[in-house]
Design a protein around this ligand. Structure first.
Ligand code: IVH
Length: 671
């Protein structure tokens, strides 16, 4: 392809993909399939690799993240980010309306908006491009989180044509949809990580991450609700919302213009019930005077505008009886207590159970007693939470609920690691829910994705004595006749299952590693480990120190990995899987060499870099014929060093007289 053709194609594809992103994430009306979108994105990415000189810096391929922020820079807000006064009942709102009426008379309108429960964000656009994203911070200054915000699809990185000024700021709320929250929190629990309490915490925890690639894995959204410009461009807030919508921003469509306070109260009453049908959390309604000159007339107090106020919904709370506390054992052995409640209607659904998180929640915070009457509330979670106990209704002589001391499934005494909240059953080889849970995790969509085999079948096969370890799946074909005799599975479904198992042998190493279900080794960690260590033998031989040298691997993960591989049974299981033909070596990526300038040279990349992620630097080296080594030895040609590199590495490299170079020096070697 000629450079001119490439330039044209890159331009067309960039514009096309930008429009599709807008259709999907802002309008929620996609016009092509996800598959076609991904194909186009891949094509653009390839063209950009071949012809980087024509790539748009705001290309849709850039939202996948990858940049690392070492420390967030504090930025002062051009206009302070104020908060809103709160009201909690009708009377307080009527009082607010009277204050406004006193100042403005009767001739004004309100805009009612949903109050999104996330974190506020200020976006600055310069010449139509997203220049900066800053958190609210203390209202005067916040953290610059542009790299992370760039991963949010509904936030445009570059605007199309429009009558926007060269410089403007737009503010809104970054949040996580409930579905994504549930899915990602479940993933965290499965990986043995601490779950987030609600979508708001998940969203703000995500914004604080230093690795934007991880941010990109956690889908966030953003509604914009306030435009700030040097010169006033519009007469009313409503007009400005319409305008920013036309510039490509995600503006919530539920807002309403109200002529008087009764209409405001109607809007509030409607959303007090309807809010439960939204795909995201709102915690109230924001009421704003529409006309900008009237807003100016009303002015501000020290903390908040006089022209706006928020109405906070009461969290719906009901009383019900605690029937019993039961316990679930997860695949990692973690024990989770669950409160079984007398069924009660709450926020439109019948509630029968509530999460209790851990032992302290029962014995310390709530001090639950048998048959207590408890107050239950629905927060961000789908499963509600016990807020407190109605002590007036405690039955005389009721016994305190004691946390179990033995596993409810296998009766092994439970253990608790110092400093951790959860109790564990250590019997991972003999505790049925752990065994079944591990195999169910292994066959799951995100791990080995085995067709023809579901959670229930795993349970049946385990109960009937066919499988106890993952490796037993791969000798299941030897028992095909006995499976038929069971009468539970037809011949076709047995064949499908065995086919699916056979095909799983082709799944790449990172999927197998994730599938093993090592504590704290989630999908991302598995990917990073495979990228760094390349083979299971390297990984099994790695010391805790070598493990922490890999990107994103902290002490806790390293300890869990070394502990896992120290266990003879685990090593035997891996050997069996290897003999069965599973993949334990990283797939060689097909790289088209950009040059052979690094041919015959070996490198180690260590530390944190400002401009590139370590994986990007690795790619650059490999694409130019270089090799990445995993440990420092006399064979090594260069150590590419960033910040925060471990002192042991530095000392070893110095001892062996290995040249230590920066990322800039590495790139200079190419030119
Ligand atoms: S307007 C002067 N509109 O609520 C403040 N805020 O308590 C202007 N929020 O910090 C804010 N939805 O994070 C506004 N539709 C909405 C909102 C909203 C959520 C948050 C925002 C703000 C806080 C104020």
């Amino acid at each position: 392809m000629s450079p001119n053709e490439a330039k044209d194609q890159i331009k067309t594809l960039t514009a096309e993909l930008r429009q599709h992103t807008y259709n999907y994430y802002v309008l929620a009306m996609p016009t092509i399939s996800d598959y076609d979108f991904d194909k186009k994105l891949e094509h653009l990415s390839e063209l950009e690799k071949q012809f980087p000189e024509f790539a748009d810096p705001e290309s849709p391929t850039q939202v996948v993240g990858g940049d690392i922020t070492k420390e967030f820079v504090t930025v002062k807000h051009r206009w302070p980010m104020l908060s809103l006064g709160n009201t909690y009942n009708e009377q307080e709102l009527i009082d607010f309306d009277q204050r406004i009426r006193k100042a403005l008379g009767d001739n004004f309108e309100y805009v009612c908006e949903l109050k999104f429960d996330g974190l506020s964000m200020s976006l600055t656009y310069e010449n139509g491009k997203l220049a900066r994203a800053v958190t609210r911070g203390d209202g005067t200054q916040g953290d610059e989180v542009t790299t992370n915000v760039r991963t949010i699809h509904s936030i445009p990185k570059k605007l199309g044509e429009g009558n926007y000024p060269d410089l403007f700021e737009i503010r809104g709320e970054v949040f996580m949809h409930l579905k994504a929250f549930e899915r990602l929190n479940k993933e965290r629990i499965d990986n043995g990580e601490v779950p987030y309490a609600n979508p708001r915490n998940f969203a703000s925890g995500t914004m604080k991450l230093q690795d934007s690639a991880e941010v990109a894995r956690r889908p966030l959204d953003c509604f914009l609700y306030g435009l700030y410009t040097e010169k006033t461009l519009f007469k009313t807030h409503w007009e400005s919302l319409e305008a920013v919508k036309s510039w490509g921003f995600h503006v919530d469509n539920h807002s309403r213009l109200c002529g008087n306070i009764s209409e405001v109260l109607e809007f509030i009453a409607k959303w007090d019930t309807e809010r439960h049908n939204l795909s995201y959390d709102i915690d109230g309604i924001v009421i704003k005077v529409n006309n900008y000159s009237q807003q100016q007339e009303l002015g501000f107090t020290a903390k908040s505008p006089r022209w706006a106020i928020s109405y906070k919904f009461k969290a719906e709370r009901v009383e019900t009886e605690l029937l019993a506390v039961t316990y679930q054992v997860g695949r990692t052995g973690a024990v989770t207590p669950v409160a079984n409640l007398k069924p009660v209607l709450l926020a439109g659904t019948t509630v029968k159970r509530a999460t209790l998180h851990n032992a302290d929640e029962i014995t310390e915070r709530l001090k639950l007693h048998e048959h207590d009457t408890v107050y239950v509330e629905k927060g961000g979670e789908i499963i509600p939470k016990i807020i407190s106990v109605n002590l007036d209704k405690r039955q005389p002589g009721a016994k305190p609920i004691a946390y179990i001391t033995h596993c409810p499934a296998c009766n092994t005494p439970l253990l608790r690691t110092e400093g951790e909240a959860a109790w564990y059953c250590p019997n991972d080889e003999g505790c049925p829910p752990q065994i079944v849970g591990k195999m169910q995790h292994y066959i799951g969509r995100k791990a080995m994705n085995i067709d023809g085999l579901g959670d229930e079948t795993i349970e049946t096969l385990y109960r009937q004595g066919f499988i106890k370890h993952i490796s037993d799946l791969y000798i299941l074909h030897e028992s095909a006749d006995e499976l038929k005799k069971l009468g539970r599975f037809g011949e076709k479904s047995i064949n499908n299952m065995l086919d699916g198992i056979e095909k799983s042998k082709q799944q790449p190493f990172e999927k197998v590693l994730f599938g093993l279900g090592i504590r704290y080794v989630g999908e991302t960690v598995a990917r990073k480990l495979v990228a760094h260590f390349k083979t299971i033998d390297n990984l099994m031989a790695a010391t805790a120190e070598e493990l922490t040298a890999a990107e994103e691997i902290g002490g806790r993960i390293a300890e869990s990995i070394t502990e896992y591989f120290a266990y003879e049974n685990h090593r035997e299981e891996i050997e069996k899987l290897r003999v069965c033909g599973l993949q334990f070596i990283a797939e060689e990526k097909e790289v088209t060499l950009a040059s052979d300038k690094f041919s015959g040279q070996s490198f180690i990349i260590s530390g944190v870099f400002e401009k590139y992620s370590r994986d990007e630097l690795k790619d650059i080296i490999e694409q130019n014929g270089g090799k990445i080594l995993s440990s420092i030895s006399a064979k090594l040609n260069y150590l590419v060093a960033g910040d925060n590199m471990g002192p042991a590495k530095l000392e070893k490299a110095n001892k062996l007289n290995i040249p230590i170079i920066s990322d800039d020096e590495l790139l200079a070697m190419l030119s």
